[in-house]
Design a protein around this ligand. Structure first.
Ligand code: 4MI
Length: 405
């Protein structure tokens, strides 16, 4: 016989769905709808974790770092019992007080005033890339030619890594984002490259591997000042290289997909290019390139009358929260007239994306350059999704463009 739950405590609804099955990764919205509808907390029987898919609970968990810790890992693996696949991040997979020095250092390096010197260069590089792509014809893959190409042109240089081996960046990020999921087929598919990619990224984080100026050098300078230890400095560089490429690639891809499917919004952006930043923000809300993260309960946590036991994992559906109809009107619409602020696509609270200003600057440069030259664009073939345990992104966005005169 099972004991009756204490008064006022209820057993949550359950689901045997596997959110990391290809079906749901390719098209997550039906699952998101059913999880939001089932209740504020849903027990996922397949993984024995509690899931949050409504905006209110996801937001509350994100800002409550004391009870929803990151230090036991923000993926499915519980670092209390499982060996992490790589040394834990000193930012993402750490809690205060350990988290705070690396966070402060990176926050200052990536703050808007520090990025100002990059703005003109990145705008010029975006214009140059757009000119090159458009010179080659009216039909191209906007994912490869723009969404992938632009971050790869500007970000590794801004960090200050060397010219060789940059083709490892996207596969490394892809592997890291798969590794936040359970050990499924997607993780297995990356396994044969883990050692090689990990070693390459590790080597780029050394002081000697980095140029004399750039985010990497800035991080090492912080270690010289004593703001970071010499053990933390390469780890903070590693965070930039892990979190800084695939995320922006799929964020930019979300913008391109949004505009290809919402031509009236493209015209709005062309009339008012200063909407580029709102457009990026709305695309992040709408597609949520980072779909999920886990936390671990530091104590028995009661969420809407359900007790989440101490030491167990909580799966937060950022993408589902960003489409919660109790928070957003017509959430499935990509809409430049809405105020997307408050979305949880960059997280919220203490761990909220520290690189978001970098991402916004990249998006602003690319979208502004495109808006100037492209009158309209539409799909010239079927867009194809890229599949990853954490990232919602693209493999291919074939488009045909009409140029502005
Ligand atoms: C939110 S994406 C992300 C953030 C940080 C790291 C990796 C991914 C890291 O390695 O610190």
């Amino acid at each position: 016989m099972t004991e009756a739950p204490a008064h006022g405590i209820v057993m949550p609804p359950t689901s045997d769905a596997d959110p990391f099955a290809h079906e749901h990764l390719l098209d997550p919205e039906p699952l998101h709808r059913s999880l939001r509808a089932a209740g504020p907390v849903v027990h996922l029987t397949r993984y024995d974790v509690h899931a949050l898919a409504r905006y209110e609970q996801v937001h509350a968990a994100l800002v409550d770092w004391q009870r929803f810790e990151s230090g036991s890992g923000v993926g499915h693996a519980n670092f209390r019992h499982e060996e992490p696949w790589r040394k834990p991040s000193v930012l993402l997979e750490a809690d205060p007080p350990l988290h705070d020095a690396p966070r402060r250092v990176l926050r200052d390096i990536l703050a808007p005033p520090a990025l100002r010197r990059l703005r003109d260069t990145w705008s010029a590089q975006a214009e140059e890339l757009v000119d090159q792509v458009l010179a080659q014809g009216a039909e191209f893959d906007a994912f490869a030619a723009l969404a992938e190409a632009f971050p790869l042109r500007v970000f590794p240089d801004a960090v200050g890594i060397g010219p060789d081996g940059r083709e490892h960046l996207l596969p490394y990020g892809n592997m890291a984002f798969n590794a936040f999921g359970p050990r499924n087929d997607l993780v297995a598919a990356d396994a044969h490259r883990a050692a090689e990619l990990g070693a390459w990224v590790g080597a780029q984080c050394a002081r000697e591997a980095l140029t004399a100026t750039g985010f990497g050098a800035d991080i090492w300078a912080a270690a010289d000042r004593g703001d970071l230890t010499r053990e933390q400095a390469p780890m903070v560089v590693r965070s930039l290289l892990t979190a800084g490429v695939d995320t922006t690639v799929h964020g930019l891809a979300a913008c391109l997909y949004a505009f290809a499917t919402h031509p009236e919004e493209w015209q709005r952006l062309r009339r008012r290019p200063e909407l580029a930043r709102v457009a990026f923000e709305e695309a992040i809300r709408w597609q949520s390139p980072v779909q999920t993260f886990f936390r671990t309960a530091t104590t028995d946590v009661t969420v809407a009358d359900t007790v989440i036991p101490e030491g167990t994992k909580i799966l937060m559906f950022l993408g589902a929260a960003n489409h919660d109809p109790d928070r957003w009107s017509a959430p499935e619409r990509f809409d430049l007239t809405r105020d997307p602020s408050g979305h949880v696509g960059f997280g919220m609270g203490l761990h909220q994306c520290v690189g978001q200003h970098v991402a916004r600057l990249e998006a602003e440069a690319l979208l502004t350059a495109l808006a100037r030259r492209v009158e309209s664009f539409a799909f010239a073939g079927e867009p194809r999704r890229h599949i990853n345990n954490t990232l919602r992104g693209w493999e291919s966005l074939p488009v045909r463009v009409r140029l502005a005169d």
